[in-house]
Design a protein around this ligand. Structure first.
Ligand code: PEP
Ligand code: MN
Length: 588
């Protein structure tokens, strides 16, 4: 068994990095925590571990010189550089609250990275701790709600802690650099190096110079002449050698490159000492675990973003029934002859509103023949204007039920009030909770009490946490039959009716066992953009679609701009055949 060694205990960032490296290469390996960086180097050099992960630099705290020195001392071979975003969360035991925290255990570098956050906790003091894993473990062992740890989200899972705050670093771009190292005498080309070298290579050195004018400049000149970029340079006093300094440098390029080799040969002639640690694959792209999207440019923008990014209000521990852990294999709902969630891709179609017997029967037959398996139709319509068509009410419900029977399709329709729930459940197969009612908690409890299948739409500006929290209300009443539905959210974008958040699909499927449908009709609100988003929804792993179809969209009494014609619908269904059903959406 391959062993990857790191400094710390379970939950340390170094462990996450070691684990990431192994997984990226599909190496069946175990990570092993040891007490110090020296112990990491010794274990690797002594072949007790095939590979080690060691931090060499923190974007706030600077170079971890001891790590450079140990790579040199043990003649370790650097293989790869990993940039890891240090995404600190404040973790506490169950029952702890942010206001109650009096002590925060954290690695000294983490304390440095989270100065503003810690400053804001007026009644808490920071206590340095040897690593983030130890900090989390001590909090869990102590069981004291006034003591919390700054550690990554993974540590919360490992030690069964809850998140009291997220985004604790002053600068969300903060990261650490790690080197993956192996012993010099370990066979080259083994499983650790089976991946082709990265396009960009780096070389690290440690050198010392005579304490004389121009010595450093001459050295840098050799690099400049060869066109070699110096990406890092730092110095520290060379003990026992007067005022001389030792320099730690990283260069772009490989020792095998002629320009780098020539420059290093020249430096060797001028320098008092030179150790080339080796060349390795440079990290490509943003730090791992980084917030996707552009790096915020100014401090003001960061402050704004921190404000918007509220801490996750619902860590998985607060969603005992909805979170994936409650049913790791995933939930499948059986509604009439339709199964949702087990690998079939289901299409629910029908008009926004039931408008007449002819309209709903014609639509039901048309969509059923073209591939729909469930019929939708609103009878109680949540309209922005009180003067807009409000739906046919119970007459509409009866017509929808009739159309369902006529075509053999189960039906779905929205309930807006608690007193509609029982009667709707007696006629219709799936109770829809509309976006505007996603957090109508009494309504959620009422549909929860029925045990009837529920289609829960994401609120207009609801986070995924809030959607999952709403689902938890229904499950908490004893009703496990919930389908989540992404239907677009409000953003600054006005080109589309809403912004269809397809990233919700993998996130929801990772965090919850409940099936997920996508409603591109309300998501974009424009007929011609629905087809591509249907394809995207299937590709991204949705369990099915909810789309609006009308015999004559121009005449539709609600949502006419987004209604598909029967032909549009047929084309979409045919098109979807080309997209394979996505498997599990998350590779851990
Ligand atoms: C609907 O499905 O017709 C509807 C009103 O949807 P939402 O609640 O998502 O706006
Ligand atoms: Mn609609």
């Amino acid at each position: 068994m391959t062993v990857a060694v790191y400094q710390g205990v379970d939950g340390a960032y170094s462990q996450l990095v070691a684990d990431h490296y192994l997984r990226a290469r599909a190496i069946d390996a175990q990570t092993l925590g040891v007490p110090s960086y020296r112990a990491v180097a010794a274990a690797v050099a002594g072949l007790r571990a095939e590979v080690g992960a060691i931090p060499i630099e923190n974007a706030i705290g600077g170079t971890v010189r001891e790590a450079y020195d140990l790579v040199a001392e043990f003649a370790l071979v650097p293989l790869e550089e990993v940039l890891w975003r240090t995404d600190h969360r404040l973790l506490g035991v169950r029952g702890a609250a942010l206001e109650g925290v009096r002590e925060v255990l954290a690695h000294p570098l983490v304390i440095a990275e989270c100065g503003k956050f810690l400053g804001g906790l007026a009644r808490a003091r920071a206590i340095p701790c040897e690593d983030t894993g130890v900090a989390a473990r001590e909090v869990a062992r102590g069981g004291n709600p006034t003591i919390a740890a700054l550690a990554p989200a993974a540590a919360a899972q490992m030690y069964d802690l809850i998140e009291l705050a997220a985004n604790c670093a002053d600068d969300p771009r903060a990261y650490s650099r790690f080197l993956i190292v192996r012993a010099a005498h370990l066979r080259e080309g083994g499983p650790l190096e089976q991946v082709a070298p990265a396009a960009r290579r780096k070389t690290s050195l440690i050198f010392s110079l005579k304490d004389a004018p121009g010595a450093l400049a001459r050295c840098l000149q050799h690099l400049a002449q060869g066109g070699v970029n110096v990406s890092k340079l730092e110095s520290k006093p060379r003990l026992g050698h007067g005022t001389e300094h030792t320099f730690y440098a990283d260069l772009d390029g490989d020792i095998a490159d002629a320009a780098v080799a020539t420059a290093l040969a020249a430096i060797k002639r001028d320098a008092k000492t030179l150790v080339v640690l080796g060349s390795y694959d440079a990290h490509a792209g943003a730090p791992i675990g980084a917030n996707d999207g552009p790096v915020r440019a100014t401090v003001e923008r960061i402050a704004e973003t921190r404000h918007v990014r509220q801490p996750s209000v619902f860590p998985d521990a607060a969603l005992p029934r909805v979170s994936r852990g409650a049913r790791p294999e995933g939930s499948t709902l059986q509604i009439g002859g339709v199964r949702i969630g087990d690998g079939e891709f289901v299409i629910v179609a029908g008009p926004c509103s039931v408008e007449s017997r002819e309209q709903i029967l014609a639509t039901a037959h048309a969509v059923e023949r073209r591939g729909a398996v469930m019929l939708r139709g609103g009878a109680f319509k949540p309209r922005t204007s009180p003067y807009a068509f409000q739906g046919l009410g119970w007459d509409g419900v009866a017509l929808l039920a009739e159309a369902g029977r006529a075509t053999g399709m189960p039906t779905v329709s929205e309930v807006m009030t608690i007193d509609q729930v029982e009667r709707m459940a007696s006629q219709i197969d799936v109770l829809q909770i509309g976006a505007r009612n996603m957090q109508n908690f009494d309504l959620l409890k009422a549909v929860g009490r029925t045990g009837h299948p529920v289609l829960l739409k994401r609120g207009l500006s609801a986070t995924l946490d809030e959607l999952l929290g709403a689902a938890e209300y229904i499950l908490a009443e004893g009703n496990p039959n919930v389908i989540l539905c992404e239907r677009g959210i409000r953003t600054f974008e006005t080109a589309t009716r809403n912004t269809l958040d397809l990233s919700a699909v993998p996130v929801l499927r990772e965090r919850s066992h409940l099936p997920v449908l996508v409603d591109p009709s309300h998501g974009v609100g424009v007929r011609r953009w629905i087809a591509p988003l249907c394809r995207a929804a299937k590709a991204v792993g949705a369990h099915g679609l909810l789309v609006e179809v009308h015999p004559n969209p121009a005449e539709a009494k609600s949502d006419k701009d987004q209604a598909l014609t029967f032909d549009d619908f047929a084309e979409i269904v045919a098109d979807l055949e080309r997209i394979p059903i996505a498997g599990p959406v998350t590779q851990r």
